[in-house]
Design a protein around this ligand. Structure first.
Ligand SMILES: CC(C)(COP(=O)(O)OP(=O)(O)OC[C@H]1O[C@@H](n2cnc3c(N)ncnc32)[C@H](O)[C@@H]1OP(=O)(O)O)[C@@H](O)C(=O)NCCC(=O)NCCS
Length: 152
């Protein structure tokens, strides 16, 4: 008998998902990271947060929001994929869905940042068509960040 292929689904997050994100995030990043999954990304911006699951298991999540300035920006604060699901297009799927929603909300640009040394993140954003700039002092004195931007 043939098994049906696993089904990946993208959807908005629930409080249960948020609790799960907080409990796996340090493991997924390989170090203390849970402070980045601040509750405001669930309580205030939860409408823009997404998860991908395969047969009910969370494979990845995206915490983002859309700015309300004159030129609206879809900002991805944090994206994380379960190490067991990497390089299978889960990150790309999350970004595509966030991009679709950002466009629908009138965003003209997408933006994200990451810390120097996170080469996987740099390569991922390049592969998705983002420009990359290393900005010294972006996050304060001697706190450089890679800044990723993509116009819509
Ligand atoms: C970066 C990250 C989100 C990528 O997610 P992913 O689901 O593995 O990425 P995808 O499978 O959608 O990759 C899409 C493309 O991006 C590029 N890419 C992704 N990860 C890469 C890596 N580690 N090294 C080089 N290129 C990479 C590839 O071109 C890939 O296409 P391919 O697999 O067909 O070659 C994931 O590795 C992760 O969660 N890392 C830890 C958390 C993190 O650093 N988050 C980003 C900063 S907040």
């Amino acid at each position: 008998m043939q098994h049906a292929p696993p089904i990946m689904q993208t959807r908005g997050i629930t409080q249960g998902d948020f609790h799960q994100i907080v409990s796996v995030i340090d493991h997924w990043w390989g170090g203390p990271t849970s402070a980045l999954a601040h509750p405001l990304f669930f309580y205030e911006f939860g409408r823009h947060a997404l998860i991908v699951e395969e047969d009910g298991r969370m494979a990845g999540f995206l915490l983002g929001f859309i700015t309300d300035g004159e030129a609206r920006v879809g900002y991805v604060h944090l994206v994380g994929i379960d190490p067991a699901f990497r390089r299978r297009g889960v990150g790309r799927t999350l970004y595509e869905e966030f991009t679709r929603r950002a466009r629908e909300a009138g965003a003209v640009r997408l933006k994200a940042i990451t810390t120097p040394g996170n080469q996987g993140s740099v390569e991922f954003h390049k592969a998705l068509g983002y420009s990359v700039e290393l900005v010294p002092d972006y996050a304060g004195p001697n706190r450089a960040r890679h800044v990723f931007v993509r116009d819509l």
